[in-house]
Design a protein around this ligand. Structure first.
Ligand code: HXC
Length: 257
């Protein structure tokens, strides 16, 4: 499958996607969304893929939703077409998704990064929700995911002033899991994804599902869910293999069953 707005590669068990609209700093238009969601869903269904990395260019992960595509949008069309709801396809993936962010991750770019399971940032990364400067507000999850990720004060600051924060501030406030030198970004993200892909795939997927529960439910329901899923793992051959390998002082060989 060839795509116009993204570059798709497989690196052993890692699905790798590079956003590729350099002329618009990877601004997220409908065509890019169709490409990205299609490629992600194909990786999600592929039994040989264990984790996925999305990255952009050195200058921009993505400078936002495509302003030129949006500027003449009428309310009725936005409402009837449920504009931006298609982006939820990214959040329906069951395999882990890592955002590797260098340069600008603004507006929808920051929101796309936050749809991923975690963000690894280059020291050049700049995050922001500048929609207010355009006469709108975040529309792809920013007001909700940023607030849950970094807390009310920082989220209000970013959404109301439209300012950018650098990678160090993003790491301090917990938006990103780690910051690496820009030159190492893709290698580090692929290494993390390869590590994840070396584990039992059903266990990886259940772990993602369970951590995500923390955002969707109460603590007591989340803890019950965790226990039930944890118990169910003892039905997997991979649990027997993982623990036998530890006891026998050898590397495990997971069968994904
Ligand atoms: C469409 C964009 C774009 C965008 C950049 N470009 N961002 N096109 N949508 N979001 C285009 C520019 O128009 C320009 O095209 C080319 O990319 C290079 O950008 P420059 O501005 O010349 O680059 P630079 O001077 O380096 O500035 C980089 C920048 C700036 C600071 C990132 O591009 C910028 O502020 N972009 C917009 C950021 C933003 O507001 N994002 C939020 C969008 S709204 P030409 O053809 O002139 O060369 C959003 C969610 C909306 O994401 C949800 C609510 C409904």
């Amino acid at each position: 499958m060839t795509y116009e707005n993204i570059i798709v590669e497989t690196r052993e068990k890692v699905g790798f996607i590079r956003l590729n609209r350099p002329q618009a700093l990877n601004a997220l238009n409908s065509a890019l969304l169709a490409d990205l969601a299609g490629a992600l869903e194909a990786f999600d269904k592929d039994n040989d893929i264990g984790a996925i990395v999305i990255t952009g260019s050195e200058k921009a992960f993505a400078a936002g939703a495509d302003i030129k595509e949006m500027q003449t949008l009428a309310f009725a069309d936005a409402y009837l077409g449920d504009y931006f709801s298609e982006w939820e396809r990214v959040t329906r993936l069951r395999k882990p998704l890592i955002a590797a962010v260098a340069g600008y991750a603004l507006g929808g770019g920051c929101e796309l990064a936050m749809m991923c399971d975690f963000i690894i940032a280059a020291d050049t990364a700049k995050f922001g929700q500048p929609e207010i400067t355009l006469g709108v507000m975040p529309g792809m999850g920013g007001s909700q995911r940023l607030t849950r990720s970094v807390g009310k004060s920082k989220a209000m600051d970013l959404c109301l002033t439209g300012r950018m924060m650098d990678a160090a501030e993003a790491e301090r406030c917990g938006l990103v899991s780690r910051v690496v030198p820009a030159a190492d970004l893709v290698a580090e993200a692929v290494k993390a994804a390869a590590k994840i892909a070396s584990f039992s795939l059903p266990v990886v997927m259940m772990t993602k599902e369970t951590v995500n529960r923390a955002y969707e439910t109460t603590l007591s329901e989340g803890l019950r869910f965790e226990r039930r899923v944890f118990h169910s793992m003892f039905a997997l051959e991979d649990q027997k293999e993982g623990m036998a390998a530890f006891a026998e002082k050898r590397a495990p060989s997971f069968k994904n069953r």
